[in-house]
Unconditional design. Structure first.
Length: 294
């Protein structure tokens, strides 16, 4: 039986615009102009005989018809994409990688030039995240995260390295406040991170030392907290893998060393053929093994 479907481009344009909430965002995702998205949506509205968006162009709202169509359309496109990826096994193309934003900036990006030199035909597209992504529901080839031990049989887990936590600060500040033992951090200018508010407690617990709650500046992301520490604004408790380069280059010092936090960093992928992902995972494993210990 013949299928009676609107043009696929019109469906894709509507789905992207409705999911992202803006025509310009849909245009960026589909690599077309906002005008092209608008024309495709108008074509779909004409074919269906219903309005899909209402309100102003700057803040379009979904109509009742659009709210009915969007979930089913998104699910169908997700299934198509998953099926295409499942049978695609090429040496070139794009990899979509999700990982924590500070991990991306401080660890992955400084090393990525090496992978690009080895495999110039593979584009690595990075997405920063503040929460662990879902490898099954979100469209990523690989997710780098902290191991949560909730892995299905069809998910392959690549072990990277354990996390080590320790106080770090600028050399100029270290010369003034003299940190010689864990108890010395009490009463000092401590820096905090909103996305890791328990970091100081994790560190002190690993030393069997009860650090009293310490007030201090709180930053939105670890990257900002580390920059504040480099600028001499206070002491930051940080994972070793995020400060390797800063300590090596003398921007930070770690007078009390580092302790195992109990966290383990892993990379997760679905168990399916993907030659370019195989290459990236092999490279990532070597980079993790080559990282110096604290």
């Amino acid at each position: 039986m013949k299928r009676h479907l609107p043009p696929l481009n019109a469906l894709r344009a509507f789905e992207a615009a409705a999911r992202l909430g803006r025509m310009t965002a849909a245009a960026d995702e589909l690599a077309v102009t906002p005008g092209a998205i608008s024309r495709q949506v108008l074509q779909l509205e004409s074919r269906l005989g219903v309005r899909l968006f209402e309100g102003s162009k700057s803040r379009p709202q979904l109509t009742t018809a659009a709210k009915t169509l969007l979930p089913a359309l998104s699910a169908a496109l997700d299934q198509i994409e998953a099926a295409v990826r499942a049978v695609s096994d090429e040496d070139y193309g794009t990899l979509d990688i999700s990982c924590f934003s500070t991990f991306t900036v401080k660890w992955l990006i400084p090393r990525l030039y090496h992978f690009n030199a080895l495999h110039p035909d593979i584009e690595v597209r990075l997405s920063a995240a503040e929460r662990p992504a879902d490898i099954e529901r979100e469209r990523y080839d690989l997710i780098i995260a902290v191991d949560d031990a909730k892995n299905a049989d069809h998910v392959e887990v690549l072990q990277l390295f354990p996390e080590w936590l320790g106080p770090v600060l600028a050399p100029s500040l270290a010369a003034r406040i003299k940190l010689r033992k864990p108890a010395d951090v009490a009463g000092k200018p401590l820096l905090h991170t909103k996305t890791r508010s328990n970091a100081w407690q994790m560190w002190s617990k690993s030393l069997c030392y009860a650090l009293p709650p310490q007030p201090g500046p709180e930053f939105e992301h670890y990257y900002f907290t580390l920059e504040a520490a480099i600028g001499g604004l206070g002491v930051c408790v940080a994972p070793w893998h995020l400060v390797i380069d800063d300590i090596r280059d003398g921007r930070l010092v770690a007078p009390l060393g580092f302790q195992d936090s109990g966290y383990r960093y892993v990379a997760k992928r679905l168990r399916r053929p993907n030659k370019r992902l195989d290459k990236f995972c092999a490279w990532l494993h070597l980079q993790a093994q080559a990282a110096p210990s604290p």
